[in-house]
Write a protein that binds this ligand. Structure first.
Ligand code: SF4
Length: 68
């Protein structure tokens, strides 16, 4: 089973649904039915580290935290 070494935490309360993260890194992020960003279930985060970080950096409310 795939166990990622990186962890992405998205604070739903901080997410304003601007879709910046999903625009720059659609490989990693998608919007859910509540218009909040979530990490795609099928993504291998470790293989998309740069994309994950791009999304975190562009977030205007710092809702995305990446732990390594
Ligand atoms: S960039 Fe930040 S505020 Fe915008 S959708 Fe993504 S997590 Fe939410």
């Amino acid at each position: 089973m795939f166990v990622p070494t990186m962890k992405i935490i998205i604070d739903e309360d901080k997410c304003i649904g601007c879709m910046s993260c999903t625009s720059v890194s659609p490989e990693v992020y998608e919007m859910n039915e509540k218009r909040k960003a979530v990490v795609r279930k099928e993504v291998n985060i470790d293989e998309n580290e740069d994309e994950a970080e791009k999304g975190a950096e562009i977030c205007p409310t710092n809702a995305i935290k990446i732990e390594k």
